[in-house]
Ligand binder design. Structure first.
Ligand code: 4FN
Length: 250
């Protein structure tokens, strides 16, 4: 998988190639990333990539020309690698909200181009002419599209075969069922009077599995009920959920 990123702060992306499972995947050349700085494609002596907004108001807008030249460099690099028509993604608050389903779709592509905005955003004509998909990571203000892009790269890479080892994949698969995680515990068995639930010490694997599923269902129902909407519960699952809700109301 080849990532190209268009950003005026390309050094921010050095970090994600260095650490943890994602860093290892870059070392192993399973994925590669290159950046394209619009500032390198300015034609005026001040190297301006932004200017005042037409219509007035505070804040600056990123100019179309340096962005398009940076994009063309990204596209020709993808082309030289034999990847034609990479998906061009703009990270913005106007975009579609990202979820795991969308991440899985993106992980099927060979090449992705991310465009990161700064200031008040980018000239709308750039989006109209060049962008396939506008995506948002959530409804909160950020300073630029770089951190959202890095977050997506992390999440997408985890879904690419060979990035995680077998053990990591098994763990990752276990939370791919659209439910929140169950609670986790490790040693000591008792800490300042706080105990580990008895069932986890019982050695009864069937019981433990059911308890964990029940906790996952309960937490999801309580904290993120909308996640249960996307999927029908099995008979066992709805039984476990009913049981704990009944226990709770007693
Ligand atoms: N943000 C909001 C409303 C108005 C503006 C913003 C905002 C970075 C260039 C966009 C934000 C959120 C999720 C990119 C936010 C994202 C961005 C993202 C983003 C600088 C202009 C800006 C209603 C969401 C609070 C700044 C809401 N996912 N403007 O943050 O790029 O990807």
């Amino acid at each position: 998988m080849k990532f190209n990123v268009i950003s005026i702060f390309p050094e921010m992306f050095d970090n994600i190639t260095k650490f943890g499972v994602i860093g290892r995947a870059f070392d192993n050349k399973i994925c590669s990333l290159s950046t394209h700085n619009p500032r390198d494609f300015t034609s005026d002596p001040y190297r301006r990539i932004d200017d005042k907004a037409f219509g007035g108001g505070p804040g600056m807008v990123m100019k179309i020309e340096p962005l398009e030249l940076a994009l063309h460099e990204a596209l020709s690099e993808q082309n030289n690698l034999g990847l034609d028509k990479p998906l061009r993604v703009y990270l913005s608050p106007q975009g579609k909200r990202v979820d795991q389903n969308l991440i899985n779709q993106l992980a099927l592509r060979d090449g992705l181009i991310f465009v990161c905005g700064r200031y008040e955003g980018i000239d709308e004509r750039f989006i109209e002419r060049n962008i396939d998909l506008e995506l948002s990571i959530g409804d909160f203000v950020v300073s630029g599209g770089e951190m959202p892009a890095m977050l997506l790269i992390d999440s997408i890479m985890r879904q690419i075969p060979g990035v995680l080892n077998d053990k990591e994949s098994a763990i990752a698969d276990s939370f791919m069922n659209n439910l929140l995680d169950y609670p986790h515990y490790t040693i000591p068995r008792e800490y300042d009077g706080l105990k580990v639930p008895d069932v986890l010490l019982s050695g009864n694997h069937k019981q433990i599995q059911l308890w964990r599923l029940q906790m996952s269902l309960w937490r999801t129902f309580k904290r993120r009920p909308e996640l249960l909407q996307s999927r029908n519960l099995t008979k066992i699952e709805s039984g476990l959920l009913e049981e704990i809700l009944k226990k709770e109301s007693e």
